[in-house]
Design a protein around this ligand. Structure first.
Ligand code: ZN
Length: 320
């Protein structure tokens, strides 16, 4: 194989010191060509084929080309690049068919060893902004990525096995949350583990850090879906464990769509919807509160308590 591609292209980019953001089948980054002093991310790489291209300067080619050009640890020759890739797990792509979209992608499994590079030195300002302290963060197994400056939020499947983690940039910085591995199936991924929550009532939020924040406010029955879109398997696990649910999604378009979707999936369960102020949208169906923020992270303890106490039965929300 003359043009091998690492099985886990993103992990290889990490090793090469390339900071990227992912979008579908691609990752974007500042152009890694030593010749190009890129200021906006002009370069993208296909995560399947490893082929890459800079729209600004035209640099690009195979993954091997990239390795040969950007390796910082010395041996940046063309033949060493081949060795470097072969020392990692390599994708099974037949020669000459690179770039063809054929097989479902496989990514290296995440293990506890993948978390060793992170620590628990959470920045004070970040803890203050999030509304919980280091002990609580530690209790939820949160870690901090000093290099990329953001949270590492491990997630486990229904059997409590580590299956991946999310990187979430520090508040106020650009960038979007990134999942590792990137195409991890959403199903069954819930933060925190449903099995340890006592009682009948479950509160569901979008973001895992809001679970931690609400815990610090005294709510120990909160889980996060990693986004607003519930899937059928998550719904199944929720229905199996709880008789009453409060949906406390963000007060934006994605959040409202997510509520509609969840209400359909949780049919037959006693579902309430967190009471944000929505006099216009909800008309007579909605209880108007003085809640001012647009997601759990914006609200004070009193506002959270009020919104929860006034949560509206799903069948009356107008979301259905
Ligand atoms: Zn370039």
């Amino acid at each position: 194989m003359i043009n091998p591609v690492p099985l886990d292209v993103l992990a290889a980019l990490d090793e090469l010191g390339i900071e990227y953001s992912t979008m579908g089948e691609e990752a974007k980054a500042l152009c890694p060509s030593p010749e190009h002093d890129d200021t906006t991310p002009s370069w993208s790489i296909n995560l399947d084929s490893g082929m890459h291209h800079c729209f600004s300067c035209g640099y690009g080619g195979s993954f091997r080309r990239l390795v040969a050009d950007v390796r910082e640890d010395g041996g940046g020759s063309w033949s060493d690049a081949l060795l470097w890739i072969q020392q990692r797990k390599v994708k099974d792509i037949a020669e000459g068919k690179v770039g063809r979209k054929a097989k479902p992608k496989k990514y290296a499994e995440i293990t506890a060893a993948d978390l060793w590079e992170f620590d628990e030195e959470y920045p004070i300002e970040e803890l203050e902004f999030r509304g919980f302290d280091g002990d609580v963060a530690h209790g939820f197994n949160l870690l901090w990525d000093q290099k990329r400056d953001g949270w590492i939020i491990p997630f486990h499947n229904a059997d409590d096995r580590l299956i991946g983690y999310q990187f979430k940039p520090r508040h106020g910085t650009d960038g979007t949350p990134l999942n590792h591995p990137p195409h991890l199936k959403k199903s069954g991924r819930i933060f925190d583990n449903l099995g340890i929550i006592d009682g009948d009532l479950l509160i569901i939020v979008e973001s895992p850090l809001d679970v931690v924040r609400l815990y610090a406010m005294g709510y120990d029955n909160v889980v996060a879906l990693f986004g607003a879109s519930m899937d059928a398997e998550q719904a199944e696990r929720i229905i199996a464990n709880f008789s009453k649910v409060i949906l406390f999604f963000d007060d934006d378009e994605a959040g409202r769509k997510g509520v509609s979707r969840a209400l359909k999936l949780l049919k037959g369960t006693d579902v309430h919807v967190f009471a944000y102020a929505h006099p216009l949208r909800m008309g007579q169906y909605y209880v108007h509160t003085e809640v001012s923020g647009k997601d759990p992270g914006d609200l004070t303890k009193e506002e959270v308590a009020e919104g929860i106490s006034r949560a509206t039965p799903g069948f009356r929300t107008g979301f259905l």
